[in-house]
Design a protein around this ligand. Structure first.
Ligand code: PLP
Length: 433
């Protein structure tokens, strides 16, 4: 199977985190998001342990909570001692209501609204990652009005192409995020930060992209080298100290058997070595390092279950299997052409010899969960499982066609609990006057 938390039991049913998916679907109905809580916690610990060992004190992982954002997730992050990234007042409010300590939150985003900046500061969000000069001035103004010095990282674009999808490559010079080093604008950004008395410059941030398979370590090494060289330059020219170097998130996960498995601990170890040697060359003291994994914390902890509807065969062309969800609960194929592994969950042991496109129920031809998959020929009522849906599925879900969003069920130590209930028609009309 694709991942070690997926199996097949003696009834030929697909299991996830040790649970029979057919039983879960019968109880909670479909479409249904499952989250393997034990796996989420394991993934956090891989980062925490590896970073503490490789980088030492003061270095830690932040969970980029846009990947999956609801109260239970923030409670898990608090429990695991993770810091978090947040990008809106909505994420901040959700984290707060889950009891997350906001001093360990980093506020991101390329266009934080004035209202969000004020809200975040009132909520005691520990760090702001300033995206550009105008925003830094507003953060400074807000901090001044509150009589505080706000800790800030500056988001920079190192000018790196991580060779991932265009839509998720964020570290290139022409990105909408951050301020470019190459153009000289980043230096002015640092000058501004140093000139504002209510801003406490803690260091620099970059995020090269997402679903990065950095097999030889070159993507993160290159990013670190550019960032450290810039930091050394700013230290020399402006006396700017860097306590924190945040290299962002982005490690890739396995959506299909064709994807390599990233050895995160080994990758972190080699990154730490590279950073030490670059700092040594530059005569720079080694900063604490932060990483911001989102996908690699929650993706493989997720699975979506659907019930198959009609199967349509167009002779000489293709077969379609429609499911009771679609781009409303998983827009990623429609957005990025993302790959997924699909199983027929109630007959998982049978030969997969029926080639079909698994499509949703929305009124859009682009509403495809995954084209060209092999399954045992599905019949109406069969259960279809899509794997690795823990990241950017629930958090990107919509109500297009007024389809209610599915519930999220957490699986922990063999016990399912509801983390997010199913939306109802009443929820859907609650805002309509
Ligand atoms: C999206 C994002 C992340 C997380 O990326 P993953 O690919 O999910 O690990 C981290 N940092 C920033 C700034 C981001 O925008």
């Amino acid at each position: 199977m694709l991942c070690s938390n997926i199996g097949i039991n003696e009834s030929g049913h697909l299991t996830f985190a040790g649970e029979d998916t057919v039983r879960l679907a019968a109880h909670y109905k479909t479409p249904l998001y499952l989250m393997d809580e034990d796996r989420i916690r394991e993934n956090c610990r891989v980062y925490k342990t590896a970073m503490a060992r490789a980088f030492g004190d003061g270095s830690f992982p932040l969970y980029a909570s846009k990947a999956a954002s609801f109260k239970r997730i923030y409670a898990i992050m608090q429990d695991e001692g993770m810091a978090i990234d947040v990008v809106s007042a909505g994420e901040i409010a959700t984290a707060k209501r889950a009891g997350f300590q906001m001093e360990r939150a980093f506020f991101h985003g390329n266009n934080k609204t004035d209202a969000d900046i004020s809200y975040a500061m009132a909520a005691n969000v520990g760090y702001f990652v300033a995206d550009h000069e105008q925003e830094l001035e507003i953060i400074s103004r807000e901090a001044k009005s509150r009589g505080i010095r706000q800790k800030v990282l500056l988001r920079l674009t190192p000018g790196i192409d991580p060779h991932t999808y265009e839509a998720v490559a964020t570290g290139k010079v022409d990105s909408k995020f951050g301020v470019a080093i190459e153009t000289g604008q980043a230096e002015n950004f640092v000058r501004l930060a140093l000139s504002l008395p209510n801003i406490r410059l803690m260091g620099y941030h970059c995020h090269v992209g997402s679903q990065v398979f950095d097999e030889d370590g070159s993507v993160y090494h290159d990013a670190a080298k550019i960032m450290l060289t810039f930091a050394a330059d700013m230290k020399r020219k402006l006396g700017a100290d860097m306590q924190l170097l945040d290299l962002g998130g982005g490690y890739g996960v396995r959506y299909t058997d064709a994807d390599p498995a990233v050895d995160i601990a080994a990758n972190i170890e080699s990154l730490a070595e590279a950073i030490r040697s670059i700092c040594c060359e530059l005569g720079l003291s080694v900063p604490a390092v932060l990483l911001e994994p989102g996908r690699s914390i929650v993706a493989d902890a997720g699975m979506t279950l659907y019930t198959a509807g009609s199967t349509k065969s167009i002779p000489g062309y293709k077969n379609y299997v429609s499911v009771d969800g679609g781009m409303t609960d998983n827009p990623r194929y429609a957005l990025y052409g993302s790959k997924y592994t699909v199983y027929l969950a109630n007959r998982a042991g049978e030969e997969a010899n029926f080639r079909c496109d698994v499509v949703g129920r929305c009124c859009e031809s682009g509403d495809i969960i995954q084209p060209d998959v092999l399954l045992p020929e599905p019949k109406r009522g069969d259960l279809i499982a899509v794997c690795t849906t823990g990241a950017y599925n629930y958090s990107m879900a919509s109500n297009y066609n007024r389809i209610p969003r599915p519930p999220v069920v957490m699986l922990k130590g063999g016990k399912p609990t509801l983390a997010v209930r199913r939306e109802t028609v009443d929820d859907l009309t609650a805002l309509d006057m």
